[in-house]
Design a protein around this ligand. Structure first.
Ligand code: SF4
Ligand code: SF4
Length: 312
């Protein structure tokens, strides 16, 4: 694997140590791997996986969704309040299309360098892994579950995109794992999905770290959902389960400055080669205590109680 890694550091590409805010560059999961320094490692990811009928089936299902043609934007625009638009999104959670939904205004620093986005809002969707599958990480079985959730993610974002177009509002689906035009974790933080954990993934009291994201870009005037904190950031400063569980020791114990923001940071040059060789890895997600079903709400309640007891 070492021979496939580029000479340039993925951390440098990602802006580690940079104090100014700027647009991100794609480090991994490029639409065309030949466009990125880590392209040979990305291609290798697909060659080391076992030949598996279930994985082929999940990928084929996802491809059908990705290839589906979306309706044209209707000539008549539906007008309603931002609050009403946002309430309507809950239908997709109730129908089981996704487990979480939120909205926020799109920011320029979330758009990858070289990409143009003409939309003002981003709808973010969350898709929970089955813990009984993801707990086997880094086994291939967990990798299949990730692909399954990316399939759901593609389906829901395209469904919402189609709905908005039929209501007269242009919209564009953004769905992983390939990096499209935008980063997804920063808008998910902003619209209230949770907090950033030390392992570089989101943490939510209900779903822990065990979920995937997709998004819809649109100008439809949705009201934003509220950013939320549950005490996760403080919890991570005292916990080191993911640090100890990560085989290549890629998870930094302290926050770093990245493109003008101080935050938890995973070393790309250590994580990516291990990730590529081990079915997408996901050990840190599976090991994080917040990911254990039923535990997150109790943890959040305890942290809130502790915060209340602190003297002003
Ligand atoms: S995905 Fe695996 S290698 Fe990467 S940070 Fe998590 S545990 Fe470490
Ligand atoms: S394992 Fe511990 S330190 Fe790591 S993200 Fe989860 S709570 Fe934070």
């Amino acid at each position: 694997m070492v021979e496939r890694c580029p000479e340039v550091s993925g951390n440098k590409i990602n802006g580690l140590g940079e104090v100014n805010v700027r647009r991100p560059k794609v480090v991994f999961w490029a639409l065309n791997p030949d466009d990125i320094a880590y392209g040979d490692v990305q291609k290798w990811f697909y060659t080391v996986q076992p030949d598996s009928a279930v994985m082929r089936e999940e990928r084929a299902k996802r491809q059908v969704v990705l290839d589906a043609v979306l309706p044209d934007v209707h000539s008549v625009i539906t007008e309603q309040s931002g609050k009403d638009w946002t309430v309507l999104l809950e239908r997709f959670v109730e129908a089981g299309e996704c487990e979480m939904v939120g909205v926020t205004a799109l920011r320029d620093e979330w758009v990858f360098e070289g990409q143009e986005v003409l939309f003002s809002n981003i709808i973010v969707l969350g898709f929970q892994h089955d813990y009984d599958e993801i707990k086997y990480a880094p086994d291939f079985r967990a990798g299949v579950e990730v692909v399954r959730q990316y399939g759901r993610a593609a389906a829901a974002s395209k469904k919402i995109t189609g709905w908005l177009r039929e209501e007269g509002w242009d919209a564009e689906a953004a769905t992983g794992p390939m990096a499209g035009k935008i980063l997804m974790i920063p808008p998910a933080l902003e619209c209230g999905f949770g907090e950033l954990g030390k392992h570089g993934s989101l943490i939510n009291p209900e779903f822990g770290s065990s979920f995937r994201l997709s998004a819809v870009l649109t100008n439809a005037p949705f009201a934003p959902t509220q950013k939320r904190a549950f005490g996760v950031d403080d919890f991570c400063t005292k916990c080191r389960i993911c640090e100890d569980a990560c085989p290549p020791m890629a998870i930094n114990p302290d926050k770093k400055t990245v493109r003008g923001e101080e935050r938890w940071y995973v070393d790309f040059d250590k994580c990516i080669p291990y990730f590529a060789e081990n079915s997408g890895c996901a050990i840190c997600i599976a090991e994080c205590p917040w990911s254990r079903p039923g535990l997150g709400f109790n943890l959040a309640a305890k942290l809130a109680k502790r915060a209340d007891r602190k003297p002003c």
